[in-house]
Design a protein around this ligand. Structure first.
Ligand code: NAD
Length: 328
């Protein structure tokens, strides 16, 4: 099969090529995002392979179908960017990589929290400038704090375990409680209770109509004024304007995000010599208690290898007419 790999980046190319070394399939890499404008590039390709910021909406799918594409293979777990109903109506199958390393994402959430709390990013720059003053670097002990985890699937569960290792009390909100978390002693509560009682809140649920802007003006009002919110899940879980208002009023301890609701035009690109037009993102980066990374939580060697291998397995299963265990 001929496979068009969209939104491809140098960091993943060799891992994907390695995974397909002994396969009969041909990979063609495109740097651009897949969307309705770029979809004609996939003309004649049996499969497209896409990532988090590709826009696989009904229009894109119509063009893909007309060009002969029969498979959409996501190189990620979340599939909020794919109109699965439209794909179904055109008979295009959709597969994903449901889990490649929950550790990678949970550990990055933890890294964000530690960096923000202990000001490691500021200390790094100060020391490089021979400024060994520790003024302004005071954090808080994690031990004994209450951590609220929204979504306790694969990643949320690992995050709960890590937080328990720090001696935190872990609360969780998830419509489907996870038995392993219950066995760990995680206490499931309703969302309001979690927001009111948590010192740290970490988002690990998927983005869907129910979770869109789950962090908004109303829910932020329920949080403790010193609460720290961490989002490594999807940008659309947080209403950016609401969080900026709350930060400006000094009613939030901190915000650490690896995802941002308007990230698709900026994240994954080197825009260091350009003027960024997104005022909300730029405003966020000016707060002393906000930390932003550019959707790198998944980026470990283990995760990249698992993504590439599961993608090959998904494509081979489709080519062989076998069951698609990772079909959406
Ligand atoms: P998962 O499917 O294993 O777990 C998701 C959990 O969220 C499930 O337990 C589900 O019941 C729960 N959930 C669903 N609706 C909810 C709601 N309304 N409120 C609370 N919980 C709800 O998924 P996962 O592998 O743990 O991944 C979680 C998310 O992390 C993905 O959807 C993806 O968006 C994100 N992610 C981000 C990165 C990154 O690099 N930043 C990488 C991988 C995944």
């Amino acid at each position: 099969m001929d496979i068009a790999i969209f939104s491809s980046h140098r960091y993943e190319r060799s891992t994907l090529e390695h995974a397909f070394t002994n396969s009969s399939h041909t990979l063609v890499f495109f740097d651009v995002h897949l969307n309705s404008q770029q979809a004609p590039l996939a003309n004649g390709f049996d499969a497209v392979c896409v990532f988090v910021n590709d826009v696989v909406d009904a229009k894109t799918i119509e063009i893909l179908s007309a060009g002969g594409t029969k498979l959409i293979a996501l190189r990620c777990a979340g599939f909020n960017n794919v109109d699965t109903e439209a794909a179904k109506s055109y008979g295009i199958r959709v597969v994903r990589v449901p889990a490649y390393s929950p550790f990678a994402v949970a550990e990055h959430a933890c890294a964000l929290m530690l960096t923000l709390n202990r000001h490691i990013h500021k200390a790094y720059n100060k020391v490089r400038d021979s400024n060994f003053s520790i003024e302004g670097l005071c954090g808080f002990d994690l031990h004994g704090k209450t951590v609220g985890v929204i979504g306790t699937g694969a990643i949320g569960q690992v995050f709960c375990q890590i937080m328990q290792g720090f001696g935190c009390k872990v609360l969780a909100f998830d419509p489907v409680p996870n038995d392993s978390c219950l066995a760990l002693g995680v206490k499931y509560v309703d969302l309001d209770q979690l927001l009111m009682d948590s010192d740290i809140i970490s988002l690990h649920c998927p983005l869907n109509p129910k979770t869109h802007h789950i962090i908004n003006h109303e829910t932020l009002k329920k949080c403790k004024p010193h609460a720290v919110i961490i989002n490594t899940s999807r940008g659309g879980l947080i209403n950016t304007h609401a969080v900026i208002d709350t930060l400006k009023q000094g009613r939030l301890g901190g915000l650490a995000i690896d995802v941002y609701e308007e990230e698709s035009d900026v994240f994954f690109e080197d825009l260091s010599d350009q003027i960024i037009a997104d005022d909300d993102l730029m405003r966020l980066t000016t707060f002393p208690n906000v930390l932003v990374t550019g959707h790198q939580a998944f980026l470990t060697r283990e995760a990249l290898t698992n993504i590439a291998e599961t993608t090959r397995e998904n494509i081979e299963a489709f080519a062989a007419g076998s069951d698609l265990i990772n079909e959406i």
